[in-house]
Structures are given as structure tokens and as C-alpha cells.
Design a protein around this ligand. Structure first.
Ligand code: IMP
Ligand code: MG
Length: 203
């Protein structure tokens, strides 16, 4: 077999942007994402040195973040997934949540860390925290790659946050627009997502 030359990686910026796409301004570059994910993994590893850590990834958006985060963890940890859907419009969640795929493991007496892609209104997360707390974990904390503080409607403590971003609809690094763009290596604004006006309607 003859050696093959390395091919350009999928999800490259040029390919995506050339596709004449919805990709707007890049908010977080790949190296910034990776550096922050490493920092978070180091912080979490310190905090759970003596723990029994179970990471719960919220499908599908958290998949990229979770995979990178877990790779840099230096303490033993296990992995499970949950999938939820929020009733409501495409861009506004209602807080009424349905579990589409439940955990495989029991979380009783375990140290549970919910890993989310983005906290927007916080309604989905708040439901999830209530639901999981009823299963008696030893500890229950949240790690979110992104948060939009301006949009928050419920107050839930987020123990680990990657980046605070402005009130824009973002895609990439797991986040989708109509299921696409999750494979981008960076986080960008969805093109055409206008900056909200001060005093404008909530989004
Ligand atoms: P919340 O219940 O309003 O906090 O909704 C959170 C969920 O909405 C996230 O887990 C995402 O799946 C989705 N979401 C919120 N903002 C964005 C965004 O800017 N881009 C992509 N998905 C988003
Ligand atoms: Mg999500």
C-alpha cells in the first residue's frame, strides 16, 4: 500500500463557507475553544479527585464539547447520555420538557456532572436538574460550554462555564441550526441573526 497524503479535515472553514452558507461572524476560534476546554477539565479533575464522577452529556449539542472535555480529564470518570426535547418554538423553549432518551445508569449516591452545550433561558436545564435531583445523586453540578446571561429566565447555578456570549444565535462545535453545522470546529453567529436592539422583544 502506498502512503497517502493527509487529507484536509472535514468541517474546515473554507469548505463550509464556500458552501454559501449560514455561517456568520466567528465568535470563538478553535484554539480558544480547546484551551478553555483543557482549563475546565483541569478544574473539574481537581474538584473531583476523591469523587465517583459520572458525566451526563445532553444530546446532541454537547457531544463535541463532552468528547474533548473527557479526553483531558485526569480522574476516573464514567459517561452517560440523556436526550430531551423542549416543547415550544424553534428558538424559544417553554420549560416543558420531554425525555427522549433516559440514562442507562443509576445516579443514586454518585457525583453527577451535567454537561450542556449552551444555557439560554435555562428552562430546559432547570427541568433536568429537578428531574435528576429526585434520583438522589450524592452531588449534582452543571458544566456548560456557553451561556447567554441576557436570556436567562430562571436562576440556576452553573458550576463550570466555558464562555459567556452575547444574545445571538450561534452554531458550530456541536450547536446546530436545523441539525446542520454541528461539525464546525469553531463557534459562529448564524448569518442573518441580527443583533438584538436594546429594549427589543425577548428572544
Ligand atoms: P433553554 O431551555 O432556553 O436554556 O434552551 C437551551 C437549549 O436550546 C440548548 O441546549 C440548545 O439546544 C438550544 N439553543 C439555545 N440557544 C442556542 C443557540 O444559540 N444555538 C443553538 N442552539 C441553541
Ligand atoms: Mg442542548
Amino acid at each position: 500500500m502506498s502512503p497517502t497524503r493527509p487529507q484536509p479535515r472535514g468541517g474546515g472553514r473554507e469548505a463550509e463557507q464556500a458552501a454559501g452558507s449560514d455561517i456568520g461572524e466567528v465568535l470563538i476560534e478553535p484554539d480558544e475553544l480547546q484551551a478553555r476546554v483543557r482549563e475546565l477539565a483541569a478544574e473539574i479533575s481537581r474538584d473531583y479527585e476523591d469523587g465517583d464522577l459520572l458525566l451526563i452529556g445532553v444530546l446532541k449539542g454537547a457531544v463535541m464539547f463532552l468528547a474533548d472535555l473527557m479526553r483531558h480529564m485526569t480522574v476516573p470518570c464514567e459517561l452517560d447520555f440523556i436526550a430531551v426535547s423542549s416543547y415550544g418554538s424553534a428558538t424559544d423553549s417553554s420549560g416543558v420538557v420531554r425525555i427522549l432518551k433516559d440514562l442507562e445508569s443509576s445516579i443514586e449516591d454518585r457525583d453527577v456532572l451535567i454537561v450542556e452545550d449552551i444555557i439560554d433561558s435555562g428552562l430546559t436545564l432547570s427541568y433536568m436538574v429537578r428531574n435528576l435531583r429526585a434520583r438522589s445523586p450524592r452531588t449534582l453540578e452543571v458544566c456548560a460550554l456557553l451561556t447567554k446571561p441576557e436570556r436567562r429566565r430562571v436562576d440556576i447555578p452553573i458550576r463550570y462555564t466555558g464562555f459567556e456570549i452575547p444574545n445571538r444565535f450561534v452554531i458550530g462545535y456541536g450547536l446546530d441550526h436545523e441539525q446542520r453545522y454541528r461539525n464546525l470546529e469553531y463557534v459562529a453567529v448564524l448569518a442573518g441573526d441580527a443583533e438584538p436592539q436594546p429594549g427589543g422583544p425577548p428572544r
